[in-house]
Design a protein around this ligand. Sequence first.
Ligand code: RFL
Ligand code: PHB
Length: 431
Amino acid sequence: MTSDECAAKPPQRTQVGIVGAGPAGLLLSHLLHLAGVDSVVLETRSRAEIEATLRAGVLEQGTVDLLRECGLGERMLREGFVHQGIELLFDGSRHRLDFAELTGGRAITIYPQHEVIRDLVRARLDAGGHIMFEAHGVEVLDFDTASPRIRYERGSVSRELVCDYIAGCDGFHGVCRQAVPAAARSEYARSYPFGWFGILVRAAPYSKELVYAHHERGFSLVSTRSATVQRLYLQCDPADHPRDWGDERIWAELDERLATRDRWTLPRGEIFQKGVIAMRSFVVEPMTYGTLYLAGDAAHIVPPTGAKGLNLAVADVQILAAALAERYTTGKAHTLQQYSENALERVWAAEHFSWWMTSMLHRFSDDDPFGHRMQLAQLRKVIGSSALQTALAEQYVGAPLPGTAAYLKASPPRGRNRRSIDRADSSNLPG
Ligand code: RFL
Ligand code: PHB
């Protein structure tokens, strides 16, 4: 542990115990801090690891607005790229969707997830926040009571943190969702018969905006990370391994799938990272049990085609932080009890959009020419209809976040929001 990570002895009590230092857990901790609510974040990996994990790139307008409003926008606004549209490539031609025009000036920002993580970690540590990195063997306990506990090990020392609430922000493979009794949760899932093979290339940007390409050999996506690093994806077999994809095969496949009548090709660059990503849709309902609240990938997964996962995690914790802030400020639990219902509305809309984009753009089976024709008909309809273009654009840039950060302005200065919760008013407890 560095002094940076946790200056004092690990706390034994906090208001909100947060499992997972991904975007959901860290942003929740930051928003709660701004609302005067204490939290402790427990993360199984090291700071270096979480700051180096490459994942999302696309931030919705509402995500950008929230990060800016809560003081996290400086580097994002300086280093991120604002994109005012995307392109759909099919049947040898590129077609631009102008988001700014279709959505009244809304846009997306390309700013890598690990940079968001770095900004969040820095902000929490600068504010004296507690992030317990390398906390192993995390167990969430007693969350069917008003005094839930989190047990964990750090070094070889076993510790316990008593909380008012636990936020399960530990991603799809975390322990929090699994800790909810099976009979108390319903899970809805779909896995797709393909994966994405993702690479990072040292090259200048290949396109001004992201290109989503439909091809009979499979989907591909041209994205970017910076002026010198580009992110490309190819639909692949989910069982593929990076060793199956030599550089020559990658470039040949990209040449074929991205070929246009005006002979667009990608100049070669050094490929310095390769990986295979599974494609899955998943939702658990409800997103709460007792004093345990699930947020982000712990509660739902989308295939990356709609670029929604990180943005949904942000929306969840915005709703949850506002509800917790209200709970501590007014003593009322009503909004908190509505958390799952409120969050799930946006979750299902994003599930539908991600499934629709995935279904429209990927090859589903080797011998389905009818399916291929249906996809082309759908893509032509989108391009030919301003109503469909608008529908796609609105969903891609994302609906505004509910009541964006209004509670930040309303909340009292830090330290004055310590109203203890009324134990008798634990109406979310099971039984
Ligand atoms: P995370 O990021 O998985 O963080 C969970 C954290 O919890 C820790 N953890 C534990 N800690 C303590 N105890 C335990 N038992 C623990 N178990 C796990 C983990 O180490 C981790 O640090 O979940 P979170 O915070 O909900 O954030 C979700 C996003 O990471 C995810 O939805 C996005 O990356 C999805 N996604 C995209 N989302 C977008 O909005 N826009 C995009 O452009 C976009 N592109 C993508 C993506 C995801 C991708 N992959 C790799 C699946 C592109 C790709 C390729
Ligand atoms: C990315 O840049 O990683 C990215 C962009 C758009 C997506 C998915 C991933 O839909």
